[in-house]
Ligand binder design. Structure first.
Ligand code: ADP
Length: 195
């Protein structure tokens, strides 16, 4: 089963992806984590991406499509993947469809965590207060607002792309984390079942 967790920065995609990874044995692929790892390791990809990420812009499509294509080759991805933070543009979504089709696979469901933008700023600020050591270079209110703007401009249009494919399921991402997990679990349990 291949899934996409969809939503703006701070919506809780990573948290829910980890739940599915633990419970379903799917592999979480977070392009944000992969790019930060590349930046920390000082690879060419990391050097190209770091400044773009730090200012809250999108890393060029060909770079993120490349890292996903490479990662999907690994045998652990054969069981299924949860895409977290990818795709973020229509070009990425089309490339992903083609990559999966080449492997006889497809996206089974796109789970949108619907949240309120202003609450995301508050969530990020309390996360940084609770765990300052884990704060990312892009975890500040100005950059988060930029990331939210980029989300609405470039990424939100993908909702129609997946709605047209009949794959979009929207759930309330403002509910308590355990309730969101319960709903995600239920949705995933229904994927692939006859209607
Ligand atoms: P968040 O969802 O909190 O914004 P991510 O960890 O998913 O955080 O992404 C952090 C940054 O990494 C983004 O602001 C962007 O610069 C870059 N990035 C991650 N995934 C992509 C992607 N699919 N396409 C382009 N840039 C990406």
């Amino acid at each position: 089963m291949d899934l996409i967790l969809f939503g703006p920065p701070g919506a809780g995609k990573g948290t829910q992806a980890k739940v599915l990874q633990d419970e379903r044995g799917l592999i979480q692929l977070s392009t944000g984590d992969m790019l930060r790892a590349a930046a920390a390791a000082g690879t060419e990809l990391g050097r190209k991406s770091k400044a773009v990420m730090d200012r809250g812009d999108l890393v060029p499509d060909e770079l993120v499509i490349g890292i996903i294509a490479e990662r999907l080759e690994k045998p652990d991805c054969a069981k299924g993947v949860i895409f977290d933070g990818f795709p973020r543009t229509v070009a990425q979504a089309k490339a992903l469809d083609a990559m999966l089709a080449g492997r006889g696979r497809k996206i089974d469901a796109v789970i949108e965590l619907k949240v309120d933008d202003e609450a995301m700023v508050g969530r990020m600020e309390s996360r940084v207060r609770e765990n300052p050591g884990a704060a990312r270079a892009d975890d500040n209110p100005e950059t988060l607002r930029k990331r939210l703007k980029v989300y609405h401009q470039n990424t939100a249009p993908l909702l129609d792309f997946y709605r047209d494919q009949g794959k979009l399921v929207t759930i309330d991402g403002m509910a308590p984390i355990t309730d969101v997990s319960a709903t995600v679990r239920r949705v995933v349990g229904q994927v692939g079942q006859p209607a």
